[in-house]
Design a protein. Sequence first.
Length: 145
Amino acid sequence: MTETLRSEIEISAPQATVFAFLTDPEKIMRWMGTEANVEAHPGGIYLVSVGDKYRARGQFTEVIPVHRLAYSFGWEGREDMPPGSSLIEIDLEEKAGGTLVRFTHSGLPDEKERASHEKGWNHYLRRLAIAAAGGDPGPDTPLEA
C-alpha cells in the first residue's frame, strides 16, 4: 500500500507569482535546488538537483497556468523510489492577501518515505513562501533523505 502526504501553506504573493516560482528554473533555484530543468507543459521534464547530492526527476502530467500543476516524481539512483514513481499535485487558490498552496504527494512507497518527504517538503514550502513573497530564504541546507 502506498502513502500520501498533504500540506497547505499560505503565501503572501499572487497566484501568478507563486506559479512562476514553481515552474521557472531560475526562480526554483532561489528556494530549492542547485540546478533545475523544468518544461511546464504536459509531457515536459521536471528535473531538480537538491544540494548537488539528490536529483529528482519526473514528467508533467497537468499544467493549468496559475491554478494547478501535477507531475510524476522520484529520485535518480533510488530503487525504492525511482524517477516517475510518485505523483505531486499542487493547487493554487487565490486568498485575500495572497495564495493558498495545497500540496499533495501520493504514491510514496511506505510510511518511512512519507515521513521523510513530509519533513523535506515542509522545509521547501517554507522557503518557497519566503522567496515568492519577495524575501531571501538564505542558503539552503538540504535535509538528509
